[in-house]
Design a protein around this ligand. Structure first.
Ligand code: COA
Length: 145
């Protein structure tokens, strides 16, 4: 079941983040998302959250900020389902473009984004902090018109 993200979901999302993300978001980061009016959805399986997506939507663009699927449920189409849902939602709101940043090394995510029609439009050098070195972000965009 896909449903809107709620504030009470945050502890579960933090746990998922720590198991799948290179630089996991903290509870404070998620709370900032709520304060900023960002939008999110989760996918549940057997009443457990197994994936989520968080986006910032304005009247002109839909910025994908985070997308995660729990390890055991990866490669079963849930990431694609979440992203596809958001793109349809943005389209219905007459938003013209969606874009996102992704780590250069994140092949699974890049493959997913390309599969849903995102094209490489740029890169941001050393966008992601890290030890021993920072990592570049690739910027992907997809027209929704
Ligand atoms: C990226 C991520 C969300 C994909 O979710 P998912 O549910 O596993 O992906 P899907 O099953 O919907 O896969 C859709 C497509 O993505 C690509 N893909 C997904 N996982 C992949 C992998 N491990 N290797 C290569 N391609 C992969 C494939 O093109 C796949 O299509 P296919 O199965 O028909 O070949 C998931 O791997 C994840 O949570 N990763 C950690 C967090 C992250 O990196 N998020 C994105 C940046 S914020």
């Amino acid at each position: 079941m896909l449903r809107p993200l709620q504030k009470t979901d945050v502890p579960v999302l933090v746990t998922i983040e720590h198991t799948v993300q290179v630089s996991p978001w903290t509870e404070a980061t998620f709370n900032t998302c709520f304060q900023s009016g960002y939008t999110g959805w989760v996918i549940e399986l057997d009443q457990q959250i197994i994936g989520f997506i968080i986006v910032s939507m304005t009247s002109v663009e839909c910025h994908i900020l985070n997308l995660c699927v729990t390890k055991p449920q990866q490669r079963r189409g849930f990431g694609k389902q979440l992203l596809h849902y958001v793109l349809m939602e943005a389209k219905q709101r007459n938003i013209g473009i969606s874009y996102l940043e992704v780590r250069r090394s994140n092949r699974p995510a890049i493959s997913l984004y390309q599969q849903l029609g995102f094209k490489l439009v740029g890169e941001r050098k050393n966008y992601y902090p890290g030890e021993p070195q920072h990592e570049d972000a690739l910027v992907y965009a997809r027209s929704l018109v």
